[in-house]
Write a protein that binds this ligand. Sequence first.
Ligand SMILES: [Zn+2]
Length: 95
Amino acid sequence: MECKLCKKEMETWESNNPEPLMENIDENRVCRDCNNFVTATRLHFALSRIHPEETSGICHTIQSILSLAFGLKSATEQMNMRIQPTTDFAKEEEE
Ligand SMILES: [Zn+2]
């Protein structure tokens, strides 16, 4: 089962409901890490006096930012994996 936020494959079935950060359609589920974003969003709405009509726009913005951040993280990880062997090779050349 894939986490609907970070798109990583979850090792176990998680019951983490993504509402209100994203709609709970088609059994959408998020991983334990991403569930912190959902919980933080719930807390933010509970603690601040945001008009209910504004929440969906805010959730959409949070989702967009998280999606970009996960994309950047994935790109950085892929770049680091490509750089690693070259670095090791350079070390061997020095010895
Ligand atoms: Zn996730």
